[in-house]
Ligand binder design. Structure first.
Ligand SMILES: Cc1cc2nc3c(=O)[nH]c(=O)nc-3n(C[C@H](O)[C@H](O)[C@H](O)COP(=O)(O)OP(=O)(O)OC[C@H]3O[C@@H](n4cnc5c(N)ncnc54)[C@H](O)[C@@H]3O)c2cc1C
Length: 377
């Protein structure tokens, strides 16, 4: 039975970035991934460039577009444009390439990856994890990282994250050409999708389109509306292939570590419940996961509790406001669009959220302060 310091279940963005951090710190790591290499990942690839600081390598080769403008529309009209040419720009990365760069660098650092394998059984024995796969091979490790994404089987098994996870329903597709979206612009389209919105993020020569509903278990089954959305981005052909995915979204402060086990990324229910941003929390959680495991393996900490605390502080506090905003905005989207998006200062604030310069918490506190000043309290 081969022994590792850490076994990671899932080799997506969170799994591969956790592996990379740990391997840079000199630990032996095994990733167990259920798929062969994926040629398309249902992710639009929008990422704040400030996230580079959570990665120990340069990922510029995965960037396909640098965004200068964010366009908001209500039913294909009523435009609002936010300028994104600030200090901290927004990139569109090709997810398949991004994940591969992280995996390649990890394997260069000695990380082992086995593919097309499922974990069948995990038991804790003599202070170590014993992991048995469906090919009957077994591995042992001192620590275990759950990075198996939104459909995670293992987060629930170890009681990590919310007991009843909440999901956004999404549809994604990638079309050849950019339609009517300029290469340096992302577009958010409101008003067509009940309880959600649609987005178009440009790669070099193709467009990542997504449709998502975020509250009330809204569905995306109305083909006419979906076609209308896709037409609004400048495409007339309706013979596109789509992928449906349930995306596990942030739903309260929960413990995402146990004894020598923790969850990262979507498996930990960290995705932004308002805008579906999941790359940022995946990178943040992976960074703190590796830091916590390192502290334990180096004998500086006894448990992984500080991992949950750090993620809650650096991500959860903003998301608790993001969830409140989503609950109100998607219930009353027309009013939300008029009062939120069309407000004079809104484009700048939205740009600051997307680029990671501001959190939902900062925005909410500003609004509360303004209301208190207005009411003279
Ligand atoms: C349509 C759509 C558009 C999006 N657009 C954006 C965006 O523009 N910007 C942004 O920030 N976020 C976006 N997101 C969110 C983002 O894609 C996710 O948050 C991110 O992929 C999470 O990474 P992860 O590694 O946690 O999970 P994943 O990337 O899903 O990786 C999980 C991995 O685990 C593997 N796995 C699953 N089960 C097992 C198992 N039992 N055993 C072994 N391996 C297993 C899977 O094969 C996969 O490789 C989008 C999501 C969707 C659905």
């Amino acid at each position: 039975m081969r022994e590792f310091d850490v076994v990671i279940i899932g080799g997506g963005l969170s799994g591969s970035s956790t592996a990379l951090h740990l391997s840079k710190k000199g630990y032996s790591v095994l990733i167990i991934e259920k798929e062969e290499v994926q040629s398309y990942k249902p992710c639009a690839g929008g990422m704040a460039s400030s996230m580079q600081k959570f990665l120990p390598l340069d990922v510029k080769s995965a960037i396909e577009s640098r965004i200068n403008n964010v366009e908001f529309r209500w039913k294909a009209g009523d435009n609002v444009v936010a300028d994104l040419t600030g200090e901290s720009p927004f990139w569109i990365i090709r997810r398949e390439k991004f994940d591969q760069i992280l995996l390649d660098e990890s394997t260069k650092n000695g990380v082992q990856i086995i593919r097309s394998i499922m974990v069948e059984k995990i038991i804790q024995k003599n202070d170590k994890w014993e992991i048995t796969c469906n090919n009957k091979n077994s591995y042992t490790s001192k620590f275990l990282v759950i990075a198996d994404g939104s459909q995670s089987k293992w987060a629930g098994y170890f009681k990590l994250g919310p007991r009843n996870p909440k999901f956004a329903n999404t549809i994604s597709l990638r079309l050849k050409g950019l339609g009517e979206i300029p290469r340096d612009t992302v577009r958010f389209e409101f008003g067509f999708i009940k309880y959600g919105f649609a987005w178009a993020f440009p790669l070099k020569e193709s467009l990542n389109i997504g449709l998502g509903t975020f509250i009330n278990n809204g569905l995306l089954e109305n083909q006419d509306i979906n076609n209308q959305v896709i037409r609004s981005f400048g495409f007339n052909d309706n013979s596109y292939k789509t992928i449906n995915k349930k995306l596990r979204i942030w739903n309260g402060f929960h413990k995402i570590n146990g004894d020598k086990v923790l969850a990262v990324g979507d498996a930990a229910s960290l995705c932004d419940p308002f805008l579906a941003e999941g790359i940022r929390p995946s990178l943040i959680s992976s960074f703190y996961a590796a830091e916590s495991i390192d502290q334990c393996l180096a004998g500086k900490e006894d448990d992984l509790n500080h991992y949950t605390k750090k993620v809650n502080k650096n991500w959860g506090e903003s998301m608790s406001w993001g969830r409140r905003i989503a609950q109100v905005f998607y219930r009353f989207p027309r009013t939300g669009y008029q009062l939120g998006v069309k407000r004079k200062t809104a484009p700048k604030r939205i740009a600051q959220i997307l680029s990671g310069e501001m959190s939902y918490e900062d925005i909410a506190k500003r609004v509360i302060k303004r209301l208190l000043l207005k009411s003279g309290i």
